[in-house]
Ligand binder design. Structure first.
Ligand SMILES: [Zn+2]
Ligand SMILES: [Zn+2]
Length: 293
C-alpha cells in the first residue's frame, strides 16, 4: 500500500464533505468556498444531498474545487439510512430506480471518481450493512465533525473491522459543514499530491495518499525494519495498530515526557500491515491509512 510520506509532492489540506443552501446547509456555495479559503484550505468538495451543486461559476479563491454529492440510500433494519459521498461527477447524478444501497453505490461509483461512506456511527450501520458496498467505496469517514458535535463522530472501530476482513478502504475525516462555523475546521484530510489540480487530488484520494485528522499533524512516518518512527505535532500518545484484533503497539508504556513530537515504536510483527494513530493532549486524533509493513 502506498506511503504518502515516502513520495514527492505537496501536502494539501482539504474538506471533502460540505453542504450549501442548495440542500439543507445554511451558507451559499460561495460562502462555503470563502469559509474554507479563509482557513487556508487547498481543496474543497461541495456535496449537497442528492444533487450536484455547480461549481464552475464560483470564485475558487485559489482552492481546488471538486464537484460532489451526498446520496442517501435505503433504510437499514435500525432505521438509519446510508449516506454515500461521491466526488468528481461530470454532471447530475443519474439515480437508478432501485433504492437498494449496493445498487445506488454501484451507480454512484460509475459516475463519480471517488465514493466515500459517510459517518457510519451516526447512521448506525453494521458490518453486514457496509460489506456489500466495499467494491464501490474507496473509504469511509473515520471522523465527521457535525456528527462529533452530536456525539457520534468517530467510526474507527468500523474502519478497523473492514480492514480486518481484508477490505482495502481508507479512513477520511471531514466536516460535513451545514449551518454553523463551529462545524468547520475540525475534521480534514491532508493529501499528498504532485499538484493541486482537482483530478490530481481525486487520484490521491483513490490511492490513499493522505492522512485524516481531527487535530494533530503528522510530519513523517518511516519504517526501519522492526521499528516505525513517527514525527508529529505535540502528542500524548501514538498507536501502531495492526488490522486484526488483540494488542497493538503503543507509546502508553513509554516513559518519555509528554507531550512529545517524535516516537519510535517496535512493531509486533513487521511483516503485517499497520496504521498509525496520533493522539494529542486533548484527545484529538490523526489517522494514517494502513501502509506500513
Ligand atoms: Zn450524511
Ligand atoms: Zn453531509
Amino acid at each position: 500500500m502506498p506511503n504518502p510520506f515516502a513520495i514527492e509532492g505537496e501536502w494539501l489540506k482539504g474538506n471533502a464533505h460540505a453542504h450549501t443552501t442548495n440542500s439543507d446547509g445554511g451558507f451559499s456555495p460561495q460562502q462555503v468556498v470563502d469559509i474554507y479559503a479563509e482557513r487556508e484550505y487547498r481543496f474543497l468538495a461541495i456535496t449537497d444531498h442528492n444533487k450536484v451543486t455547480p461549481i464552475q461559476d464560483l470564485d475558487s479563491r485559489g482552492m481546488a474545487l471538486i464537484t460532489g454529492i451526498e446520496v442517501t440510500a435505503g433504510k437499514t433494519p435500525l432505521l438509519a439510512d446510508f449516506h454515500i459521498v461521491g466526488l468528481g461527477l461530470k454532471g447530475q447524478f443519474a439515480r437508478p430506480d432501485s433504492d437498494e444501497p449496493a445498487t445506488l453505490a454501484a451507480a454512484l461509483a460509475e459516475q463519480a471518481e471517488v465514493c466515500i461512506l459517510g459517518h457510519p456511527f451516526w447512521t448506525m450501520l453494521s458490518y453486514a450493512d457496509i460489506a456489500p458496498l466495499t467494491d464501490y467505496i474507496v473509504g469511509l469517514e473515520v471522523f465527521n465533525t457535525i456528527c462529533h458535535l452530536v456525539g457520534r463522530g468517530t467510526s474507527e472501530y468500523m474502519w478497523n473491522l473492514l480492514l480486518a476482513h481484508g477490505h482495502r478502504v481508507w479512513g477520511l475525516a471531514a466536516d460535513d459543514l451545514h449551518h454553523e462555523l463551529l462545524q468547520c475546521g475540525t475534521g480534514w484530510i491532508m493529501a499528498k499530491a504532485a499538484d493541486d489540480r482537482p483530478q490530481t487530488i481525486r487520484q490521491a484520494l483513490r490511492q490513499g495518499l493522505f492522512y485524516a485528522s481531527s487535530g494533530p499533524e503528522i510530519y513523517n512516518v518511516e519504517q526501519d525494519g522492526e521499528y516505525v518512527a513517527v514525527d508529529c505535532s505535540p502528542c500524548q500518545e501514538v498507536l501502531a495498530l495492526g488490522m486484526g484484533g488483540g494488542p497493538g503497539r503503543t507509546s502508553h508504556y513509554m516513559t518519555m515526557p509528554r507531550p512529545f513530537e517524535h516516537v519510535r515504536i517496535n512493531l509486533r510483527d513487521p511483516n503485517k500491515l499497520y496504521r498509525i494513530v496520533c493522539i494529542d493532549q486533548t484527545g484529538r486524533r490523526a489517522w494514517t491509512n494502513p501502509f506500513l509493513m
